[in-house]
Design a binder for this molecule. Structure first.
Ligand SMILES: [Zn+2]
Length: 274
C-alpha cells in the first residue's frame, strides 16, 4: 500500500494518509485539512473582488461587530490598530472611532490600490519599522481575520509579526469553522470549502495555535458574517429543528453577540494577549 502521508498546513505534522481523497481531520491540531487546496501567491492572483455598495455596507457592519468585542480588551487611547489582510479596508474604516494610529497590510494589488489614498496601508508584510514611532508602552491591537486559512504555517505567520513587538499586544483572530452549521449542511459544497482554503478550523485548532505561540486566551466565541443573518426562513427552521440547541446557545452567548452567532457557529474568534 502506498505510504504517502499528507502534511497538515497548520501544525506541519504528517497526520493524513493517502486513504483520504478530499480531507482529513488532523490528529494534533484538529483542523480539517483540504487536500486539494493550492498555495496561492496573493500578490499575483487569487485576491477577492472589490465589494459592491451593498457588500461594503455589510462588511462595515461586520467590522463594527468585531470592534464591539475587541474594544473591551484594551484601555489605551494612544494604542495602535493593525489589520493583517485588510482587504477593502472596512476594519480600518471602523478603527478610526477607536484608534489614533491605524495600519493595514494587503497583498492583493487591486484591493490595495482601492484604499491606498484613504488609509496607511502597505502592499507587503508587516515590518517592525512601521510602528517605530510608537512608545513601547502603547498597546498594539492586531486583527487577523480570514487570513490564516489561506496560509501554510499560520503559527509562523503570527510569530513573525508579534515576536519583534515589545509593546503589549492584543490579537483578534477569526477563521471559518468546519464545526459550524453551514459546513454540516453543505459539506464539500460549502462556499468556504474551496481551493484557496488550506484548512477549515475548529475552536480546538485556535486553542492549539495560542498554546504554540504561548499567548493567553482572554476571550473566544462564535460569529457569523453580517449578511448571512438575513435568511429569516432558515433561522426559524434552525430554531425549531434544534430547540434544545437554541436554548443552550441562548445561555452560552456572550453579552453583546448576536444570537445567530451562537446558533450557526460558522466562524470562530479568539482574543489573545502576550
Ligand atoms: Zn494539524
Amino acid at each position: 500500500m502506498n505510504k504517502k502521508f499528507y502534511k497538515c498546513p497548520v501544525c506541519l505534522k504528517f497526520n493524513g494518509t493517502c486513504r483520504e481523497a478530499i480531507s482529513f481531520v488532523c490528529k494534533s491540531c484538529k483542523a480539517l485539512v483540504n487536500i486539494k487546496a493550492k498555495k496561492h501567491n496573493y500578490y499575483i492572483h487569487g485576491e477577492q473582488d472589490l465589494p459592491d455598495k451593498y457588500k461594503k455596507i455589510m462588511r462595515l457592519k461586520n467590522s463594527q461587530s468585531r470592534f464591539d468585542i475587541i474594544k473591551n480588551f484594551y484601555n489605551d487611547k494612544e494604542s495602535c490598530f493593525i489589520d493583517i489582510g485588510c482587504g477593502s479596508g472596512e476594519m480600518l474604516e471602523i478603527a478610526k472611532k477607536y484608534f489614533k494610529n491605524i495600519i493595514g497590510y494587503e497583498h492583493g494589488k487591486i484591493l490595495f490600490n482601492s484604499i491606498k489614498f484613504k488609509h496607511t496601508v502597505y502592499n507587503r508584510n508587516f515590518n517592525i519599522k512601521d510602528i517605530n514611532n510608537l512608545n513601547d508602552k502603547n498597546v498594539i491591537v492586531i486583527s487577523i481575520c480570514h487570513v490564516l486559512e489561506h496560509n501554510f504555517n499560520p503559527i509562523n505567520l503570527i510569530y513573525k509579526i508579534i515576536s519583534k513587538i515589545k509593546s503589549p499586544v492584543v490579537l483578534y483572530i477569526e477563521v471559518p469553522l468546519y464545526t459550524g452549521h453551514s459546513f454540516k449542511k453543505y459539506q464539500y459544497n460549502y462556499k468556504l470549502w474551496y481551493e484557496q482554503h488550506l484548512a477549515l478550523y475548529s475552536m480546538k485548532t485556535l486553542e492549539f495555535i495560542s498554546k504554540k505561540l504561548k499567548l493567553k486566551i482572554v476571550n473566544s466565541g462564535y460569529r457569523v458574517f453580517y449578511s448571512d443573518n438575513l435568511n429569516k426562513k432558515e433561522i426559524i427552521k434552525l430554531i425549531f429543528t434544534n430547540s434544545w440547541g437554541f436554548i443552550k446557545s441562548f445561555f452560552e452567548r456572550k453579552n453583546k453577540s448576536n444570537i445567530l452567532d451562537y446558533i450557526k457557529k460558522d466562524y470562530g474568534y479568539i482574543l489573545l494577549k502576550n
